[in-house]
Design a protein around this ligand. Structure first.
Ligand SMILES: Cc1cc2nc3c(=O)[nH]c(=O)nc-3n(C[C@H](O)[C@H](O)[C@H](O)COP(=O)(O)OP(=O)(O)OC[C@H]3O[C@@H](n4cnc5c(N)ncnc54)[C@H](O)[C@@H]3O)c2cc1C
Length: 407
Protein backbone atom coordinates (compact mmCIF):
# COMPACT_ATOMS: atom_id res chain seq x y z
CA UNK A 1 0.00 0.00 0.00
CA UNK A 2 1.61 3.25 -1.07
CA UNK A 3 0.83 6.09 1.28
CA UNK A 4 3.65 8.44 0.31
CA UNK A 5 5.48 8.86 -2.98
CA UNK A 6 8.44 11.20 -3.19
CA UNK A 7 9.48 12.64 -6.52
CA UNK A 8 13.07 13.88 -6.43
CA UNK A 9 13.65 16.52 -9.11
CA UNK A 10 11.04 19.23 -9.71
CA UNK A 11 11.37 19.66 -13.45
CA UNK A 12 9.86 18.24 -16.61
CA UNK A 13 10.19 14.51 -15.92
CA UNK A 14 9.34 14.75 -12.23
CA UNK A 15 6.27 16.84 -12.97
CA UNK A 16 4.99 14.42 -15.60
CA UNK A 17 5.55 11.47 -13.26
CA UNK A 18 3.62 13.30 -10.53
CA UNK A 19 0.80 14.01 -12.97
CA UNK A 20 0.94 10.37 -14.10
CA UNK A 21 0.47 9.21 -10.52
CA UNK A 22 -2.58 11.40 -9.97
CA UNK A 23 -4.05 10.60 -13.42
CA UNK A 24 -3.83 6.91 -12.55
CA UNK A 25 -5.69 7.31 -9.31
CA UNK A 26 -2.93 7.67 -6.73
CA UNK A 27 -4.50 9.69 -3.94
CA UNK A 28 -1.86 9.38 -1.22
CA UNK A 29 0.71 11.93 -0.09
CA UNK A 30 2.82 13.26 -2.95
CA UNK A 31 6.04 15.09 -2.12
CA UNK A 32 8.11 16.85 -4.79
CA UNK A 33 11.67 17.76 -3.84
CA UNK A 34 13.60 20.21 -6.03
CA UNK A 35 17.07 21.64 -5.65
CA UNK A 36 16.16 24.74 -7.62
CA UNK A 37 13.97 27.28 -5.89
CA UNK A 38 11.67 27.41 -8.95
CA UNK A 39 8.61 25.38 -9.72
CA UNK A 40 8.99 23.33 -12.92
CA UNK A 41 9.78 25.43 -15.99
CA UNK A 42 10.63 24.79 -19.61
CA UNK A 43 14.31 24.64 -20.52
CA UNK A 44 14.33 24.62 -24.37
CA UNK A 45 13.66 28.39 -24.70
CA UNK A 46 16.68 29.15 -22.48
CA UNK A 47 19.21 28.68 -25.29
CA UNK A 48 16.93 30.23 -27.91
CA UNK A 49 14.37 33.04 -27.59
CA UNK A 50 15.14 33.67 -23.91
CA UNK A 51 18.67 34.77 -24.84
CA UNK A 52 17.65 36.84 -27.83
CA UNK A 53 14.76 38.44 -25.97
CA UNK A 54 12.23 37.37 -28.61
CA UNK A 55 10.40 34.84 -26.49
CA UNK A 56 9.45 33.95 -22.93
CA UNK A 57 11.44 36.13 -20.62
CA UNK A 58 11.06 34.20 -17.39
CA UNK A 59 11.15 37.49 -15.54
CA UNK A 60 8.27 38.66 -13.45
CA UNK A 61 4.91 36.98 -13.69
CA UNK A 62 2.95 35.74 -10.73
CA UNK A 63 4.48 32.26 -10.69
CA UNK A 64 7.67 32.92 -8.77
CA UNK A 65 9.12 34.88 -11.68
CA UNK A 66 8.78 32.13 -14.25
CA UNK A 67 6.21 33.86 -16.44
CA UNK A 68 5.49 31.92 -19.64
CA UNK A 69 8.29 29.42 -18.95
CA UNK A 70 6.22 27.90 -16.13
CA UNK A 71 5.09 24.31 -16.71
CA UNK A 72 2.35 24.50 -14.07
CA UNK A 73 -0.43 26.92 -13.26
CA UNK A 74 -2.46 27.27 -10.07
CA UNK A 75 -5.26 25.02 -11.37
CA UNK A 76 -2.78 22.34 -12.33
CA UNK A 77 -1.05 22.60 -8.96
CA UNK A 78 -4.35 22.29 -7.14
CA UNK A 79 -5.08 19.10 -9.07
CA UNK A 80 -1.64 17.71 -8.27
CA UNK A 81 -2.15 18.39 -4.58
CA UNK A 82 1.56 17.92 -3.89
CA UNK A 83 3.84 19.15 -1.13
CA UNK A 84 6.59 21.12 -2.83
CA UNK A 85 9.94 21.14 -1.04
CA UNK A 86 11.93 23.53 -3.20
CA UNK A 87 15.43 24.96 -2.84
CA UNK A 88 16.61 21.81 -1.10
CA UNK A 89 18.64 18.92 -2.44
CA UNK A 90 18.01 15.27 -1.70
CA UNK A 91 21.34 13.83 -0.67
CA UNK A 92 20.63 10.19 0.06
CA UNK A 93 18.22 7.35 -0.61
CA UNK A 94 17.99 4.58 1.94
CA UNK A 95 15.72 1.93 0.45
CA UNK A 96 15.83 -0.35 3.51
CA UNK A 97 14.67 2.38 5.84
CA UNK A 98 12.33 3.72 3.14
CA UNK A 99 13.70 7.23 3.42
CA UNK A 100 14.97 10.11 1.34
CA UNK A 101 17.39 12.37 3.18
CA UNK A 102 17.55 16.08 2.46
CA UNK A 103 20.65 18.28 2.58
CA UNK A 104 19.04 20.45 5.26
CA UNK A 105 18.96 17.47 7.63
CA UNK A 106 15.33 16.45 7.18
CA UNK A 107 14.46 12.83 6.45
CA UNK A 108 11.35 11.94 4.46
CA UNK A 109 9.68 8.63 5.10
CA UNK A 110 8.37 7.32 1.79
CA UNK A 111 6.89 4.20 0.23
CA UNK A 112 7.74 4.99 -3.37
CA UNK A 113 10.40 7.10 -5.05
CA UNK A 114 10.57 8.68 -8.48
CA UNK A 115 14.12 9.68 -9.39
CA UNK A 116 13.97 12.66 -11.75
CA UNK A 117 17.21 14.52 -11.02
CA UNK A 118 18.08 15.12 -14.66
CA UNK A 119 21.54 16.05 -15.80
CA UNK A 120 24.09 18.76 -15.09
CA UNK A 121 26.58 20.38 -17.46
CA UNK A 122 30.07 19.00 -17.74
CA UNK A 123 32.73 21.59 -17.14
CA UNK A 124 36.27 22.09 -18.41
CA UNK A 125 39.22 21.10 -16.27
CA UNK A 126 40.59 24.62 -16.63
CA UNK A 127 39.60 27.07 -13.86
CA UNK A 128 36.75 29.31 -15.02
CA UNK A 129 37.09 33.06 -14.40
CA UNK A 130 33.94 35.25 -14.34
CA UNK A 131 32.39 35.52 -17.79
CA UNK A 132 32.52 31.75 -18.38
CA UNK A 133 29.07 30.16 -18.41
CA UNK A 134 27.34 26.83 -18.61
CA UNK A 135 23.64 26.64 -19.44
CA UNK A 136 21.19 24.30 -17.79
CA UNK A 137 18.99 26.29 -15.46
CA UNK A 138 16.94 29.45 -15.59
CA UNK A 139 19.44 31.08 -13.23
CA UNK A 140 22.28 30.08 -15.60
CA UNK A 141 20.35 31.61 -18.50
CA UNK A 142 19.70 34.83 -16.61
CA UNK A 143 23.42 35.16 -15.83
CA UNK A 144 24.38 34.45 -19.43
CA UNK A 145 21.84 36.87 -20.80
CA UNK A 146 23.04 39.60 -18.46
CA UNK A 147 26.65 38.89 -19.52
CA UNK A 148 25.74 39.14 -23.20
CA UNK A 149 23.96 42.42 -22.65
CA UNK A 150 26.74 43.98 -20.61
CA UNK A 151 28.66 45.21 -23.63
CA UNK A 152 29.99 41.83 -24.80
CA UNK A 153 31.25 41.83 -28.38
CA UNK A 154 33.08 38.53 -28.80
CA UNK A 155 31.64 35.21 -27.70
CA UNK A 156 33.38 31.85 -27.82
CA UNK A 157 31.20 28.77 -27.51
CA UNK A 158 33.08 25.61 -26.56
CA UNK A 159 31.29 22.55 -27.91
CA UNK A 160 29.13 22.43 -31.05
CA UNK A 161 26.44 20.05 -29.82
CA UNK A 162 22.82 21.15 -29.91
CA UNK A 163 23.01 23.49 -26.91
CA UNK A 164 26.29 25.04 -28.11
CA UNK A 165 24.91 25.50 -31.62
CA UNK A 166 21.71 27.10 -30.30
CA UNK A 167 23.63 29.49 -28.05
CA UNK A 168 25.90 30.40 -30.98
CA UNK A 169 22.85 31.04 -33.13
CA UNK A 170 21.25 33.24 -30.44
CA UNK A 171 24.45 35.21 -29.94
CA UNK A 172 24.76 35.73 -33.71
CA UNK A 173 21.17 36.99 -33.76
CA UNK A 174 22.21 39.54 -31.13
CA UNK A 175 24.86 40.80 -33.55
CA UNK A 176 27.80 39.42 -31.59
CA UNK A 177 31.00 38.06 -33.06
CA UNK A 178 30.77 34.30 -32.42
CA UNK A 179 33.30 31.49 -32.70
CA UNK A 180 32.42 27.88 -31.92
CA UNK A 181 35.20 25.48 -30.94
CA UNK A 182 34.63 21.75 -31.34
CA UNK A 183 37.12 19.04 -30.37
CA UNK A 184 35.76 16.48 -32.85
CA UNK A 185 36.58 16.77 -36.55
CA UNK A 186 32.87 17.47 -37.15
CA UNK A 187 30.08 18.07 -34.59
CA UNK A 188 27.00 15.86 -34.13
CA UNK A 189 28.35 12.87 -36.08
CA UNK A 190 27.27 10.32 -33.42
CA UNK A 191 23.73 11.70 -33.53
CA UNK A 192 23.30 12.42 -37.25
CA UNK A 193 26.02 10.57 -39.15
CA UNK A 194 28.69 12.34 -41.13
CA UNK A 195 26.83 13.60 -44.17
CA UNK A 196 23.89 15.07 -42.27
CA UNK A 197 26.14 16.42 -39.53
CA UNK A 198 28.05 18.31 -42.22
CA UNK A 199 24.83 19.81 -43.56
CA UNK A 200 23.81 21.01 -40.08
CA UNK A 201 27.28 22.31 -39.22
CA UNK A 202 27.19 24.40 -42.41
CA UNK A 203 24.48 26.53 -40.78
CA UNK A 204 27.15 28.21 -38.64
CA UNK A 205 29.22 29.54 -41.53
CA UNK A 206 26.10 30.51 -43.47
CA UNK A 207 25.23 32.86 -40.61
CA UNK A 208 28.62 34.40 -40.09
CA UNK A 209 29.70 32.18 -37.19
CA UNK A 210 33.18 30.67 -37.29
CA UNK A 211 33.31 26.94 -36.51
CA UNK A 212 36.74 25.60 -35.55
CA UNK A 213 36.77 21.80 -35.45
CA UNK A 214 39.36 19.26 -34.38
CA UNK A 215 40.91 21.35 -31.66
CA UNK A 216 40.61 21.18 -27.92
CA UNK A 217 40.85 23.96 -25.37
CA UNK A 218 44.15 24.33 -23.50
CA UNK A 219 43.08 26.99 -21.03
CA UNK A 220 40.81 29.92 -20.39
CA UNK A 221 42.58 33.26 -20.19
CA UNK A 222 41.80 36.04 -17.72
CA UNK A 223 41.85 36.41 -13.96
CA UNK A 224 39.20 38.93 -12.90
CA UNK A 225 37.25 38.32 -16.14
CA UNK A 226 37.66 35.96 -19.02
CA UNK A 227 39.67 37.55 -21.85
CA UNK A 228 40.08 34.64 -24.21
CA UNK A 229 40.31 30.95 -24.95
CA UNK A 230 43.67 29.37 -25.65
CA UNK A 231 43.33 26.39 -27.94
CA UNK A 232 45.41 23.21 -27.77
CA UNK A 233 47.08 24.20 -31.05
CA UNK A 234 48.29 27.47 -29.52
CA UNK A 235 45.79 29.84 -31.09
CA UNK A 236 44.15 32.36 -28.76
CA UNK A 237 40.58 33.49 -29.37
CA UNK A 238 39.78 36.78 -27.61
CA UNK A 239 36.43 36.60 -25.78
CA UNK A 240 34.26 38.73 -23.50
CA UNK A 241 31.91 35.81 -22.82
CA UNK A 242 32.62 32.08 -23.03
CA UNK A 243 29.90 29.45 -23.02
CA UNK A 244 30.94 25.89 -22.25
CA UNK A 245 28.57 23.40 -23.89
CA UNK A 246 30.47 20.15 -23.70
CA UNK A 247 27.65 17.87 -22.70
CA UNK A 248 25.98 16.80 -19.50
CA UNK A 249 26.28 14.04 -16.94
CA UNK A 250 23.30 12.48 -15.20
CA UNK A 251 22.84 13.61 -11.60
CA UNK A 252 23.31 10.38 -9.66
CA UNK A 253 25.86 11.35 -6.98
CA UNK A 254 23.17 11.48 -4.31
CA UNK A 255 22.29 7.84 -5.01
CA UNK A 256 25.75 6.43 -4.22
CA UNK A 257 25.36 3.76 -1.55
CA UNK A 258 21.65 3.30 -2.20
CA UNK A 259 22.18 -0.07 -3.86
CA UNK A 260 20.95 1.19 -7.21
CA UNK A 261 22.93 0.24 -10.30
CA UNK A 262 24.47 3.46 -11.63
CA UNK A 263 26.26 3.59 -14.96
CA UNK A 264 25.98 6.90 -16.78
CA UNK A 265 22.48 7.15 -15.33
CA UNK A 266 20.20 5.04 -13.16
CA UNK A 267 19.86 1.62 -14.74
CA UNK A 268 16.23 0.68 -15.31
CA UNK A 269 14.31 -2.00 -17.12
CA UNK A 270 12.29 -1.06 -20.22
CA UNK A 271 9.54 0.41 -18.02
CA UNK A 272 11.63 2.86 -15.93
CA UNK A 273 11.69 0.46 -12.95
CA UNK A 274 15.00 0.16 -11.13
CA UNK A 275 16.30 -2.97 -9.44
CA UNK A 276 14.94 -1.64 -6.12
CA UNK A 277 11.26 -2.24 -5.42
CA UNK A 278 9.12 0.91 -5.57
CA UNK A 279 11.88 3.05 -7.07
CA UNK A 280 11.54 4.27 -10.65
CA UNK A 281 13.61 6.75 -12.68
CA UNK A 282 12.55 9.11 -15.46
CA UNK A 283 13.99 11.72 -17.79
CA UNK A 284 17.61 12.60 -18.47
CA UNK A 285 18.85 10.63 -15.44
CA UNK A 286 17.23 7.33 -16.46
CA UNK A 287 19.05 4.70 -18.52
CA UNK A 288 16.48 2.27 -19.87
CA UNK A 289 16.92 -1.24 -21.20
CA UNK A 290 16.23 -1.52 -24.91
CA UNK A 291 14.38 -4.84 -25.23
CA UNK A 292 15.81 -7.41 -27.60
CA UNK A 293 19.14 -5.64 -28.01
CA UNK A 294 21.01 -6.16 -24.74
CA UNK A 295 21.62 -2.42 -24.80
CA UNK A 296 20.58 0.47 -22.61
CA UNK A 297 19.78 4.03 -23.67
CA UNK A 298 19.60 7.35 -21.91
CA UNK A 299 17.85 10.20 -23.70
CA UNK A 300 18.53 13.87 -23.13
CA UNK A 301 15.44 15.14 -24.87
CA UNK A 302 12.32 16.98 -23.82
CA UNK A 303 9.85 14.49 -25.30
CA UNK A 304 11.27 11.40 -23.58
CA UNK A 305 11.42 13.24 -20.25
CA UNK A 306 7.77 14.21 -20.62
CA UNK A 307 6.52 10.85 -21.90
CA UNK A 308 8.27 8.54 -19.45
CA UNK A 309 6.35 9.91 -16.46
CA UNK A 310 3.05 8.18 -17.16
CA UNK A 311 4.73 4.82 -17.82
CA UNK A 312 6.90 5.04 -14.70
CA UNK A 313 3.88 6.02 -12.60
CA UNK A 314 1.89 3.06 -13.89
CA UNK A 315 4.68 0.59 -13.15
CA UNK A 316 5.35 2.11 -9.73
CA UNK A 317 1.71 1.80 -8.75
CA UNK A 318 1.47 -1.74 -10.18
CA UNK A 319 4.54 -2.83 -8.20
CA UNK A 320 5.95 -4.43 -11.36
CA UNK A 321 6.64 -3.50 -14.96
CA UNK A 322 3.32 -3.87 -16.69
CA UNK A 323 4.06 -1.35 -19.44
CA UNK A 324 7.30 -0.73 -21.33
CA UNK A 325 8.35 2.71 -22.50
CA UNK A 326 8.26 2.15 -26.21
CA UNK A 327 8.08 5.66 -27.62
CA UNK A 328 10.22 6.49 -30.60
CA UNK A 329 13.06 8.86 -29.64
CA UNK A 330 12.43 12.40 -30.88
CA UNK A 331 14.14 15.75 -30.51
CA UNK A 332 14.18 19.12 -32.15
CA UNK A 333 16.61 22.01 -32.23
CA UNK A 334 16.19 25.59 -33.48
CA UNK A 335 19.27 27.17 -35.00
CA UNK A 336 19.64 30.22 -37.23
CA UNK A 337 15.94 30.27 -38.03
CA UNK A 338 15.98 26.61 -39.08
CA UNK A 339 14.02 23.90 -37.28
CA UNK A 340 15.95 20.64 -37.07
CA UNK A 341 13.90 17.55 -36.13
CA UNK A 342 15.05 14.00 -35.64
CA UNK A 343 13.14 10.83 -34.78
CA UNK A 344 14.16 7.20 -34.54
CA UNK A 345 17.35 5.31 -33.82
CA UNK A 346 20.18 5.72 -36.26
CA UNK A 347 23.08 3.27 -36.17
CA UNK A 348 26.53 3.68 -37.69
CA UNK A 349 26.39 2.19 -41.17
CA UNK A 350 22.79 3.20 -41.87
CA UNK A 351 22.46 4.71 -45.31
CA UNK A 352 20.83 8.09 -45.90
CA UNK A 353 18.24 8.75 -48.56
CA UNK A 354 17.33 12.36 -49.30
CA UNK A 355 13.56 12.34 -49.69
CA UNK A 356 13.11 16.09 -50.23
CA UNK A 357 15.26 19.16 -50.77
CA UNK A 358 19.03 19.46 -50.94
CA UNK A 359 21.21 19.27 -47.81
CA UNK A 360 23.99 21.12 -49.60
CA UNK A 361 21.80 24.07 -50.56
CA UNK A 362 21.54 25.58 -47.08
CA UNK A 363 18.44 26.23 -44.99
CA UNK A 364 17.51 29.70 -46.19
CA UNK A 365 13.98 30.64 -47.34
CA UNK A 366 12.52 27.68 -49.23
CA UNK A 367 15.57 25.59 -48.29
CA UNK A 368 15.88 22.64 -45.99
CA UNK A 369 15.61 18.93 -46.58
CA UNK A 370 14.17 15.64 -45.41
CA UNK A 371 16.51 12.68 -44.96
CA UNK A 372 15.54 9.09 -44.20
CA UNK A 373 18.06 6.78 -42.56
CA UNK A 374 17.75 3.17 -43.69
CA UNK A 375 19.15 -0.23 -42.83
CA UNK A 376 18.57 -2.97 -45.40
CA UNK A 377 16.20 -0.51 -47.13
CA UNK A 378 14.06 -0.27 -43.98
CA UNK A 379 13.69 3.20 -42.42
CA UNK A 380 15.29 3.55 -38.97
CA UNK A 381 15.21 7.30 -38.44
CA UNK A 382 14.25 10.56 -40.08
CA UNK A 383 15.90 13.99 -40.02
CA UNK A 384 14.32 17.20 -41.25
CA UNK A 385 15.54 20.73 -41.58
CA UNK A 386 12.58 23.05 -42.16
CA UNK A 387 10.30 20.23 -43.33
CA UNK A 388 7.88 19.85 -40.40
CA UNK A 389 4.92 18.34 -42.28
CA UNK A 390 6.59 15.44 -44.08
CA UNK A 391 8.73 14.90 -41.00
CA UNK A 392 5.66 14.45 -38.82
CA UNK A 393 4.18 11.99 -41.29
CA UNK A 394 7.35 9.88 -41.39
CA UNK A 395 7.76 10.10 -37.62
CA UNK A 396 4.27 8.65 -37.24
CA UNK A 397 5.03 5.87 -39.70
CA UNK A 398 8.22 4.99 -37.84
CA UNK A 399 6.39 5.00 -34.54
CA UNK A 400 3.83 2.55 -35.93
CA UNK A 401 6.69 0.17 -36.79
CA UNK A 402 8.74 0.46 -33.60
CA UNK A 403 10.47 -2.86 -34.16
CA UNK A 404 12.21 -1.40 -37.18
CA UNK A 405 13.50 1.59 -35.26
CA UNK A 406 14.51 -0.41 -32.21
CA UNK A 407 16.54 -3.13 -33.91
C1 LIG B 1 19.12 25.15 -22.56
C2 LIG B 1 18.43 23.87 -22.94
C3 LIG B 1 17.77 23.76 -24.16
C4 LIG B 1 17.15 22.57 -24.52
N1 LIG B 1 16.54 22.48 -25.74
C5 LIG B 1 15.96 21.31 -26.11
C6 LIG B 1 15.34 21.21 -27.39
O1 LIG B 1 15.32 22.14 -28.19
N2 LIG B 1 14.78 20.01 -27.72
C7 LIG B 1 14.79 18.93 -26.88
O2 LIG B 1 14.29 17.85 -27.24
N3 LIG B 1 15.36 19.01 -25.65
C8 LIG B 1 15.95 20.19 -25.25
N4 LIG B 1 16.55 20.28 -24.02
C9 LIG B 1 16.57 19.09 -23.15
C10 LIG B 1 15.38 19.02 -22.19
O3 LIG B 1 15.11 20.27 -21.64
C11 LIG B 1 15.70 18.00 -21.13
O4 LIG B 1 15.74 16.74 -21.76
C12 LIG B 1 14.71 17.98 -19.99
O5 LIG B 1 14.75 19.18 -19.28
C13 LIG B 1 14.98 16.82 -19.03
O6 LIG B 1 14.09 16.88 -17.98
P1 LIG B 1 14.41 16.20 -16.57
O7 LIG B 1 13.26 16.57 -15.70
O8 LIG B 1 14.76 14.79 -16.77
O9 LIG B 1 15.74 16.90 -16.06
P2 LIG B 1 16.03 18.40 -15.67
O10 LIG B 1 15.20 19.31 -16.51
O11 LIG B 1 17.52 18.54 -15.69
O12 LIG B 1 15.53 18.53 -14.16
C14 LIG B 1 16.12 17.88 -13.09
C15 LIG B 1 15.80 18.68 -11.86
O13 LIG B 1 16.23 17.94 -10.73
C16 LIG B 1 16.85 18.82 -9.82
N5 LIG B 1 17.78 18.04 -8.99
C17 LIG B 1 18.97 17.51 -9.34
N6 LIG B 1 19.52 16.85 -8.30
C18 LIG B 1 18.65 16.97 -7.28
C19 LIG B 1 18.67 16.48 -5.94
N7 LIG B 1 19.65 15.72 -5.48
N8 LIG B 1 17.62 16.79 -5.14
C20 LIG B 1 16.59 17.55 -5.62
N9 LIG B 1 16.54 18.04 -6.88
C21 LIG B 1 17.55 17.74 -7.69
C22 LIG B 1 17.57 19.81 -10.71
O14 LIG B 1 17.88 20.99 -9.99
C23 LIG B 1 16.53 20.02 -11.80
O15 LIG B 1 15.64 21.04 -11.48
C24 LIG B 1 17.18 21.47 -23.64
C25 LIG B 1 17.84 21.56 -22.40
C26 LIG B 1 18.46 22.75 -22.06
C27 LIG B 1 19.18 22.85 -20.74
Amino acid sequence: MMRTVTVVGASLAGLHAARGLRDQGYDGRLVIVGEERHRPYDRPPLSKAFLTGEGPTGDGGPDGGLGPLALTDPEDEAELDAEWLLGVRADRLDPRAGTVGLADGRTLRTDGVVIATGAAPRTLRAAAPPGVHTLRTLDDARRLRAGLRAGAERVVVIGAGFIGAEVASSCAALGLDVTVVEAAPLPLVPQLGERMARACAALHAAHGVTLLCGTGVATLRGTHRVTGVELADGRVLPADVVVVGVGVRPVTGWLEGSGLALDDGVLCDEGCATALPSVVAVGDVARLALPGTGRTVRAEHWTSAAEQGAVAARNLLAGATVQPFGALPYFWSDQYGARIQFAGRREPGDTVRIAEGDPDAGAGPGGGFLAVYERDAIPTAVLAVNRPKPFTRLRRELARAPRLAAR
